[in-house]
Design a protein around this ligand. Structure first.
Ligand SMILES: Cc1cc2nc3c(=O)[nH]c(=O)nc-3n(C[C@H](O)[C@H](O)[C@H](O)COP(=O)(O)OP(=O)(O)OC[C@H]3O[C@@H](n4cnc5c(N)ncnc54)[C@H](O)[C@@H]3O)c2cc1C
Length: 516
């Protein structure tokens, strides 16, 4: 590390300009703490909220903007309930968005159209039973399990039934980007409840042509001036040297000496040692980082010469006869309320299929991978005949999202066997080094709101410490010895659990029990 005088000095170094980083900077700014630097490896604000130009608008001949990362506002506001801050911001910046109607769906298998929406409904029924079981695990501090085991105990056993497999993939993997086997049961259910029962069960698809990150840029402009030198884009953090006195940030082309630092790196970045820590992170921190997971969620967009599928249906679900999760969920963007008349449809794959797609290096290989299921019969326009075949369909262009080094995955998912205490170790500061970002949120991990809440909390905490001159007296709860249980009184703000996961804000059919 260069000698003292050669580094830029600041009170707070904010590492990353995604939702968490920008929200943390805003919290500092709101507390009249303008002495911060935001360090970001990309050349834009938004992190995992990023878009690209794709295809061509048949009328204007201009390309469309499509989202490669976050795409939906998940959970809006329910009557009498609090509002998702991302929804508040989406409205503030007038983001164009449309309700994703998951009931607007046609189901297919290898023979073509086959109405198995009844299987989707059956899954929902079993899920309701599983929710209650998870509630007992929380209130009685019972042993947690995998989401697969929780579903099975509740009576859901798909085995080789590929329609059941497709139904559970649609309900679970499409949300978490991981399988029920890889997902923790209790915190999988609370994660769902806290977003969809607290805010609302709605998902709104953002198709704004400025890009979804317009709201993050808009927020940054409330406290950053034009060409503000506190925003350091194209600057990669290589190492962090931290103590109770401060943090030295070494970047690819210099260094920053800060009183405090906030790392908003994804858990994937931390897991892959993309940034080194001096001294090495303590064991209690490393174990939490190593256990939390990142799922990979890849969208592949296609633009065809015409819309040969039902333009009034939003979703098409395909149950492959052999492989679970094989190009299952197709979403049309050409219909009313989206990119109307665009002839664009996209398919989502996660984990293994996403890696398979990304590892198909050449365009030709990619075409081959997608051809077997992505070609839709152009001749059969009747909705009952819409099927995946090896002929027909004109592929104009396609793109995909391969997770780059910036995140090492798409978003986090709560693994099997991780307790709230262990998750708190993921959040906890070490000396003057603090952590924020979606994975640090026990209640909203994986969602934009998780990044927002964590960024705000850490920003406010540090502002308070600077104001009170309390140094690092604001140590967050941590557990150097883990006993593997979570007692009811531990569901508290100190462990990142400010809201009861039993509140349903009157969502129909859900018991409105408030326990914690
Ligand atoms: C494909 C996909 C789909 C998603 N869909 C949704 C959705 O529909 N709804 C939803 O709510 N959420 C969704 N998410 C999740 C959401 O995008 C994230 O939760 C959120 O954007 C995370 O914000 P963050 O600030 O915590 O992290 P990030 O956005 O990852 O910000 C961290 C920043 O740190 C930077 N960085 C990393 N390493 C370095 C380094 N060494 N030096 C300097 N900078 C570095 C990164 O470039 C990044 O900008 C999706 C994510 C993906 C990838």
């Amino acid at each position: 590390i260069p000698r003292d005088g050669e580094c830029r000095k600041t009170k707070v170094a904010i590492l990353g300009a995604g939702v968490a980083g920008i929200t943390a900077a805003q919290a500092l700014s709101n507390a009249s703490m303008g002495d911060f630097l935001i360090v970001e490896r990309n050349d834009y604000i938004g992190g995992r909220v990023r878009h690209t130009q794709f295809g061509v608008n048949p009328e204007t001949k201009a390309p469309y903007t499509v989202e490669l990362g976050a795409n939906w506002v998940q959970g809006l506001v329910s009557e009498g309930g609090p509002e998702n801050p991302i929804w508040t911001l989406a409205k503030r910046y007038g983001l164009n968005n449309t309700y994703s109607n998951e009931s607007s769906i046609l189901t297919y298998d290898e023979k073509g159209y086959n109405d198995y929406t009844g299987v989707l409904a059956a899954y929902e029924k079993v899920y309701g039973v599983a929710e209650q079981d998870a509630g007992y695990i929380l209130t009685d501090n019972l042993q947690d399990t995998s989401f697969r085991a929780g579903l099975s105990t509740a009576g859901w056993k798909p085995k080789k039934d590929m329609r059941m497999q497709a139904a559970e993939w649609w309900a679970w993997d499409l949300e978490t980007a991981q399988t029920p086997e890889d997902s923790g049961f209790l915190y999988g259910i609370t994660g769902y409840n806290l977003t969809f029962y607290q805010f609302s069960e709605d998902n709104n698809y953002v198709w704004d042509q400025r890009g979804y990150n317009a709201f993050i840029i808009g927020e940054s402009q409330t406290f950053l001036g034009a060409n503000d030198t506190r925003l350091m884009l194209n600057t990669t953090v290589e190492s962090l040297t931290y103590s109770d006195q401060g943090v030295m940030v070494k970047t690819h082309d210099g260094c920053i000496q800060a009183d405090y630092a906030i790392s908003t790196f994804s858990v994937g970045v931390l897991q892959n040692d993309a940034v080194t820590f001096d001294p090495p992170l303590p064991r209690w921190k490393r174990e939490a980082i190593d256990q939390f997971q990142m799922g990979t969620y890849t969208k592949i967009f296609y633009q065809f010469n015409e819309t040969f599928w039902d333009p009034n249906t939003q979703y098409f679900l395909y149950a492959d006869p052999k492989v679970r999760g094989y190009y299952p969920a197709w979403q049309s963007l050409t219909g009313p309320g989206f990119l109307e008349g665009s002839n664009i449809i996209f398919v989502t794959v996660v984990e293994n299929e996403a890696y398979r797609w990304s590892s198909s290096q050449t365009k030709r290989q990619k075409m081959r991978v997608s051809r077997c299921c992505g070609r839709c019969s152009q001749t059969n326009k009747s909705r009952n005949q819409w099927r995946f075949t090896t002929h027909g369909g004109v592929l104009k262009s396609c793109t995909n999202f391969i997770p780059p080094r910036m995140a090492f995955g798409s978003y986090s998912n709560w693994p099997v066997g991780m307790t709230l205490e262990k998750h708190q170790n993921l959040r906890a500061n070490i000396g003057r080094l603090y952590f924020a970002g979606e994975a640090m949120s026990a209640q909203y991990y994986g969602f934009l709101q998780g990044a927002w809440f964590e960024g705000r909390e850490i920003g406010e905490t540090i502002a308070q410490m600077i104001k009170n001159q309390t140094g690092s007296a604001g140590d967050m709860a941590r557990y150097e010895v883990l006993h593997g249980t979570t007692t009811l009184n531990e569901y508290s703000s100190a462990n990142g659990w400010p809201v009861s996961s039993f509140l349903t804000f009157g969502i129909a059919g859900k018991p409105d029990a408030c326990v914690t």
